[in-house]
Design a protein around this ligand. Sequence first.
Ligand code: KIV
Length: 297
Amino acid sequence: MTEKPARYASWTQGKLALPELAEMKRRGEKIVMVTAYDAPSARLAEAAGIDLVLVGDSSGMVVHGRDSTVPVTMDEIVFMTQWVARGAHRPIVVGDMPFGSYETSDEEAVRSAIRLVKEGGADVVKLERGGSSIRRARAIVEAGIGVMGHVGLTPQTSTVLGGFKAQGRRSEEAQAVLEDARALEAAGCFAVVLEAVPAPVGELVTRELGVPTIGIGAGGATDGQVLVWHDMLGLYEGNAPRFVKRYADVAGVITAALERYADEVRSGAFPEEQHAYAMPEEELAALRAALAEPSGG
Ligand code: KIV
């Protein structure tokens, strides 16, 4: 584990201040974000010194077993954000706005963002795409809520992008990614996620923006990185996206523990005496005597 940065001491006194992210970009200090969907995970993220915890709609796929993030609802994100906000005191908690919660109008977007902050306990919100999302981002910022943008591969609209695949590989596409990121910054976003774009595009957008970029599959030059909890911890078997680095094999650890438990239950090795409650001898004797007596009547 790397040594904690000097500012770690001040983190323990409260929430990492939002403007500190821009300062980190200025100082060339990397920003670390991870997703989390419940209080114990949020606590672990905080203990590890993570800067931002994203309650992502990736939950729809990695926690709830769906094929895409599209069906995820506001109620789900609000509920999970409450759990995460209880566990993460120092990291900035980002509530992900699910598909359908901000597309139809600025009013709907502001209403959804307020719900995430007020009911869910999010510190800030995140929304996907350029286009109409730029107006929505501006409206939410004007309502007093911090907004993180998200461009490149935007999973909520992956169907129109041709699937879960890298974006911005062609010059015009890369220019569109840059334009969207710039427009989101101009709309007041405090940071922009760049997902699945070539490393040179990640570098270019990072250089062009004044606000921090947080990359996921965008190369090493972005101001920060984000990974999905279940991907990075190896909480499932099978292939993860190319940009994922697996830092642990938690699925392997859990499966081995469950197999041992099942074996021990079946063999009678569990539970042992230390896992059981004792009873005073005289009470046991009284119980046996009471049961041995024929019941009157
Ligand atoms: O929902 C999510 O986890 C995300 C990250 C991939 C950035 O949007």
